[in-house]
Ligand binder design. Structure first.
Ligand code: CXF
Ligand code: ZN
Length: 378
């Protein structure tokens, strides 16, 4: 009975940069063509939400509905939607996967060209909003998902159908962070059995890299962080060694890792978003075949510099990946199956679960480095 009509429901609105979200009634318009309206079951907080929540300007789009890691059920579909129907369980993603463009058809890329990744405050296809507050003011979207609301509208290219029997408080993690880390290890780097891996930054992304490397059979997985507690958490995801980067006795992290690995790790992953740490990672991946994979989100415009002779001489690879190089529509269901087959550890990422009305607590827990993932139930 709600199809085709606006839905009034609760949303957590970011009204000012860095200020607590406010839960208010919002109005969610019906989906337009190629769009689906979803009832969110649960969502979780990813560190990118915090980065954009704090941003003053540019772009500083407020008022806004943040959130981009979630799972939900299709409430209704717009015109030209044939692959989704009311009642389907779906995972939205900030990356699109149209399946038809040259990039989606290539095995070498996950960067869909039909709806290329952009940090836009609008719906990706027609550049308008589906949200208003009760005064009729437009609310901005976030990363094509906006899951901090009971209902949202998502483009079909940003939506993956999943097994409705899967536990939602686990499946939702595959919407962004855990897929990004696991994907970076298994798809972008293609870590081989017996490899040595160094992970810089042990938040959820770094620990998901460790988990991916563990699945690939890496023999040494070194975690670098300033918080020793993260090593304890990380053992459940395959971490074998720990380097406390705040206490190196005068050495650099790269020196320590070069010693631990007799000349450099096969794969280094930067999961903080700090250019100095990317340099360190690059300095301790092995000459000849070492790879450094950049996953951390730095400030817009941040630069990386390299010594040209080092690049020429050492033949190392440096690359990055959005969403771990995964294609959402095919890879999310596969990762979910690896979870239900008890191969992939998702359980230990969920350190906290709260109700929607307590959403600001999720921000506190992540900012203090206490949580990995806090699931927020609608
Ligand atoms: C990020 C990826 C890099 C740009 C900002 C958003 N995605 C999800 O957390
Ligand atoms: Zn994210």
């Amino acid at each position: 009975p709600t199809a085709g009509k606006p839905i009034r429901c609760r949303g957590a609105i970011a009204r000012a940069a860095g200020e607590p979200l406010v839960i208010e009634d919002i109005v969610v318009a019906p989906p337009k063509e190629y769009e689906v309206r979803i009832r969110i079951i649960c969502t979780s907080l990813c560190h990118s939400d915090i980065i954009f929540w704090k941003l003053k300007d540019p772009p500083g789009f407020v008022p806004r509905i943040l959130g981009h890691e979630a799972i939900g059920v299709v409430e209704s579909v717009g015109e030209n939607v044939s692959d989704f129907a009311e009642g389907d369980t779906v995972v939205p993603t900030f990356v699109s996967d149209c399946g038809e463009c040259v990039d989606c058809k290539s095995e070498k890329s996950n960067l869909c060209s039909t709806l290329p990744f952009q940090i836009s405050p609008w719906m990706p296809r027609d550049g308008t909003s589906r949200f208003t507050d009760t005064q009729g003011n437009v609310l901005y979207h976030f990363l094509s998902v906006s899951s901090f609301a009971e209902y949202t509208v998502v483009d079909i290219a940003h939506l993956t159908k999943v097994d409705p029997a899967a536990p939602p408080n686990r499946a939702c993690l595959l919407s962004c962070g855990i897929s990004t880390g696991v994907g970076a290890a298994i798809r972008t780097a293609k870590v081989e059995k017996g490899s040595t891996v160094a992970v810089f930054g042990l938040g959820a992304i770094g620990l998901a890299v460790a988990e991916g490397a563990r699945l690939c059979g890496a023999s040494k997985i070194i975690g670098v962080d300033i918080n020793l507690n993260k090593f304890e958490m990380g053992k459940k995801f395959g971490l074998t060694d720990f380097v406390n980067s705040a206490d190196l006795g005068g050495k650099s992290v790269s020196q320590v890792i070069n010693e631990m690995t007799s000349g450099g790790a096969d794969y280094c992953f930067e999961c903080v978003g700090m250019s100095s740490l990317v340099q360190e990672a690059y300095a301790c991946c092995r000459k000849g075949w070492g790879q450094t994979i950049v996953l951390g989100v730095d400030k817009p415009g941040a630069q990386l510099t390299f010594n040209s002779f080092d690049v020429l001489h050492y033949g190392k690879i440096i690359t990055g990946a959005l969403f771990g190089g995964l294609k959402a529509k095919s890879d999310i269901p596969q990762l979910l199956k690896r979870y239900t087959d008890k191969e992939l550890n998702l359980d230990d990422f969920v350190t906290h679960e709260i109700g929607f009305s307590e959403i600001n607590t999720a921000f506190d827990l992540l900012l203090q480095g206490i949580s990995l993932r806090c699931v927020i139930w609608m």
